[in-house]
Design a protein around this ligand. Sequence first.
Ligand code: ADP
Ligand code: MG
Length: 243
Amino acid sequence: MVAMQALNKHFGSLHVLKDIELEIMPGEVVVVIGASGSGKSTLIRCINGLEEFQQGSLMVDSKALLPHGKSGKALQKIRTEVGMVFQQFNLFPHLSVIDNISLAPMKVRGWSRADALETSQRLLERVGISDQADKYPAQLSGGQQQRVALARALAMEPRLMLFDEPTSALDPEMIGEVLDAMRELAKEGMTMVIVTHEMGFAREVADRVIFIHHGEITEQGPPEKLFDKPQHERTQSFLARVL
Ligand code: ADP
Ligand code: MG
């Protein structure tokens, strides 16, 4: 689903991603961990072309994203196939919940309003908030808003889902409901790349955990291996701080 080779990304003089090699298989759930500023967001934002990179190659679902943002039509195609959920929910404040979800399928996929509404309602049920369809984002709790954001991404029938700290802006009592919805999605076989500090969730759901330090993949492996027997001193000291 993703093949990244020798990918390098700079912000001006700052070398943010260094020779990243990353392959993600269909159905795999990959959790990315690392200290603040290590490049986690930049890494996953490269996968849907939200950030340009300068060197290396990147294939997403067999379509090439080219360096310097020169991907052309492939970028449009990839954006329709890759869903993303952010820390800040980024819902359209002036649209109802159901309209937030049905907008993109209608505009981008050309679905009829009736089809889009039916699918949106089904997705709201799936994330456990079917009774909130006609509310506006500001009328919902953070946990509900994030589940709307998840439903909105799923409405495009993505082949890959990216999550950038989806629970970091939530009050503690709302984290569980969002993680539950993500857990369900993982069970259904969705390919997922998740940046999170929820180590318990990572241990339970991830097929593979990747530890990034200063823009480099220092270590990766199945959660039991990475969490219980980290090989690298940097991984050990990071985990000692967060676990
Ligand atoms: P993380 O998500 O792991 O906290 P980021 O990928 O957001 O890290 O950032 C990696 C590094 O790149 C940090 O040093 C950050 O300050 C820098 N950075 C991120 N976005 C930009 C930007 N748009 N312009 C310049 N520097 C940036
Ligand atoms: Mg980040």
